[in-house]
Design a protein around this ligand. Sequence first.
Ligand code: AGP
Length: 606
Amino acid sequence: MCGIVGYVGAQAAAPLLLEGLLKLEYRGYDSAGIAVMNDGQLLVSKVKGRIANLCEKTEGGRQVPGTIGIGHTRWATHGAPTDVNAHPHLSNDGRFAVVHNGIIENYLALREELTAKGFHFESDTDTEVIVHLLERYYAGDVKAAVIKTVSRLQGSYALGVVCADAPNTVFAAREASPLIIGLGSGEQYFASDVTALVPYTRSVLYLDDGEFAALTANGVTVFNGAGQTVDKPLQHIAWDIQAAEKDGFDHFMLKEIFEQPAAVRATIAPRMRGRAICLDDVRADDLKNIRRIVITACGSAYYAGCAGKYAIEALCRLPVQVELASELRYSDPLMDEQTLLIVLSQSGETADTIAAMKECKARGAKTLSIVNVVGSTVATLADHVLYTHAGPEIAVATTKGYTTQLAVLYLFALYMAQVQGTVSGEEFNRLFGELEQLPHRVQNALDMNPGTERLARKYGGASSVFFIGRNTDYAVALEGALKLKEISYIHAEGYAAGELKHGTIALIDEHQPVIALCCNGAVADKTVSNAVEVKARGAEVLAVTFKGDTTLAAVADDMLFVPHMEPLFAPIAEIVPLQLFAYYVARENGCDIDKPKNLAKSVTVE
Ligand code: AGP
């Protein structure tokens, strides 16, 4: 995700802003910029690429003199990583500059409204609507213009605003994206997280949603949307820098597990308007002639495809095959213009996935990428791209990358079903409502298993673990097994529950704990029978099922729960307790959770 910083005081602002941005580098970004007030004029410098490029361009900030300013590292969500799309953005009259972390969900409507009023847009970003709203609403009172502007925004934002007519003040605003104010002596700061503040001050206050701040060298005033002053308690930061980068979590993986509700929301909310699904540049006509879907990916992305397959087939009544990219690329694949190749990738740079995609494109397939990194190879090669808005994923083991891929696959399935006419209006509305609930379901799944750490200690000593399930539960079993393997180094296998009796059950005994996934009512009783079979052979059973479902409770030794929800979409929540289980087992075993041995975050070689 993006990072913002701001400064007002007696020192040169630019070097401090650059240092603050360097502290936010770990958040991941693809461009950076600063704006500094100089003698009543806003000086802006911004570049694609690393902050080092910005330091070089501004000669360490010396080329941008002034004692008040704002800065930004951009993780592209709308618009490729370019100089023009980098923040800060300037109003047409040059009076305002803005930096933003978050997603403006109604930016398209605002862009049309402002364009119709004669405002000129330079970038492809959602953020630029903010600076033109400021110009539009400014009538001499900057604070009033900021409040009015923010009242028009839907979505998430942490904003920094400077105005040439208010040369001693930086404004900030917060909604659903973190923003912390640092208080110094004769100087004040703000930043997206404390890592950028700790070198200068440990005295901070946290803005809450719907709050604003006006920072001058002499102090900070916090106010609400009605312009009324709000008293905020000062807090002292005891964290060291490293802990702050993880926002207080012990590992990036745990932080990213808990970011999933926000990541899923940021991914689906901009695409669900009124009672309609809007898949960015994908149009119904692009899909009308599709008669077959092939999903290709690697690792967890492949397992996300395995789960998404069930939703697409059930709703669209089209054949969906899910292929490992490393296999598909050499399989002399049968492709034509009626085949849609869906390519899943968090990094967008996985060599096998890119190779498979090129092979299928060359054979006539239409391509749709679902990818997290804007401007990545998988994104640029595709006919259409739907970005997951998970933000940068630092831990090698993917979590929010996987669940946001599922979120897009479910959106696609329902949209495609509407295009194909394979769901009734009533069913569409029911499933639309289920999609809207997905962020809450993921949050529920995070909250409803306080005993996961204890279960990790109980089962974490096993030398091998089976994850079993049927249908959608089988797809989750595959990903659950990979999570455990790749961070705890314990052998684990995802297995079709109905297949156990055809040989593999010979391995089941008291040394083989079995995790039985049972969140699909259509096959639940069959999976319960499989749980009974493995119990009879001495295995301990840890069951994952819907909260309140008692059938497995009579069989299982332990339970993990998932909130009741549409079974087709259940994998997005069902995987969460398994992510936490794997995390706690790995931590219990003293593993290097964020950087497991032998693994890379993006496998860019064959
Ligand atoms: C997932 O936890 C692994 N790190 C790995 O399997 C990963 O999913 C796979 O390499 C694909 O990566 P991608 O999504 O960036 O293409």
